[in-house]
Design a protein around this ligand. Sequence first.
Ligand code: PGA
Length: 248
Amino acid sequence: MKQSVKLIAGNWKMNGLGASLGEVETLCAALADDRPACRVALCPPATLIERMVRRAGQGVEIGGQDCRAETHGAFTGDISAQMLKDAGATLVILGHSERRQGYGETDGLVSAKAGAALAAGLAPIVCVGETLQQREAGRAVEVVRSQVMASLPLALAGRDFAVAYEPVWAIGTGLTPTLTQIEEVHRAVRAAMIERLGLGIAATPILYGGSVKPDNAAEILAVPEVGGALVGGASLKAGDFLGIIRGA
Ligand code: PGA
């Protein structure tokens, strides 16, 4: 991901049917009229990837929300990185807290998935973030640092990828850290990324995620070391998502 070009990625989670594709058309029409200075991506449920790729055209990259580390086999209900790529995806969210918490995904598993995504030609967006309890115990930086060190495979060096800092307590709650807290963690993430992968990742974007809305996007995106946003609820409606993209 190129230096200083911010990435605004939407995560639709388990939302969206064929009828929701109109939002993508509205988004793309608006972006065609008014080319944004940032990269824009949408990660819909896997059932919509192929249809969304067809409607989105050049201006919006389409991604998956998870993949399995194995390439194929007897894993009922799962999807491989290669299958996402085959459907037209160019990136994939990995290690979202809803998967770490709901499915017991460990840093080691997230790292294996990131390796599989790279091998399939997808750019991983690797998520990290502390719980409220960890923040209140003064452990936010330590927790996030250790997640970065253990979730990023060495194969990421020199490749297209992003890290997303998403405090678990800020996701879908309307709560956000202060701008100072965001800057502190992003600087710690950058330091850990350099320690793990070397100085070559100095331009790899670190996204902030957790209750990003049109009315707080510009100030969050202006924080040093914030290289974009991972947006849940506010990516479902083209108007809200455009408001965030315009803040970049
Ligand atoms: P939210 O979700 O924007 O709805 O808080 C962010 C995310 O989970 O990626």
